[in-house]
Design a protein around this ligand. Structure first.
Ligand SMILES: [Zn+2]
Length: 111
């Protein structure tokens, strides 16, 4: 069975399942977070987790262009040291607003 809705928020996977058995008067929606059932609705769980993650997302970082020979367009997150390569331009040019590794907001580029 597949979930009817799902969303990955940080490391949390929120899923909504539709149980529709003949013995139920109407289909029941079950919501799980990382496979564990919760009492919230899907929308409540998503809103809560996004609010909780909000604190981390708002932290800021700087992306720094690396000058390694051979890696001509490699950038590094100042905070988590995650590396990201672009075909052309930097994070801003590629509309990358958040570091894909640590989730911090990319505020600045340094060459
Ligand atoms: Zn980072």
């Amino acid at each position: 069975m597949l979930p009817t809705r799902q969303k990955l928020i940080g490391e949390r996977r929120v899923e909504e399942w539709n149980y529709n058995f003949y013995f139920l008067p109407k289909p029941r929606k079950i919501v799980t977070i990382n496979g564990k059932q919760v009492g919230e609705t899907y929308d409540q769980a998503v809103a809560r987790l996004e609010r909780e993650l909000g604190g981390q997302v708002m932290e800021k970082t700087i992306y720094i262009k690396q000058n390694n020979p051979g890696d001509d367009n490699l950038w590094m997150c100042k905070e988590c040291k995650g590396m990201w390569g672009f075909l052309e331009g930097g994070p801003r040019y590629n509309r990358m607003e958040y570091c894909p590794y640590c989730g911090r907001k990319i505020e600045e580029e340094a060459r």
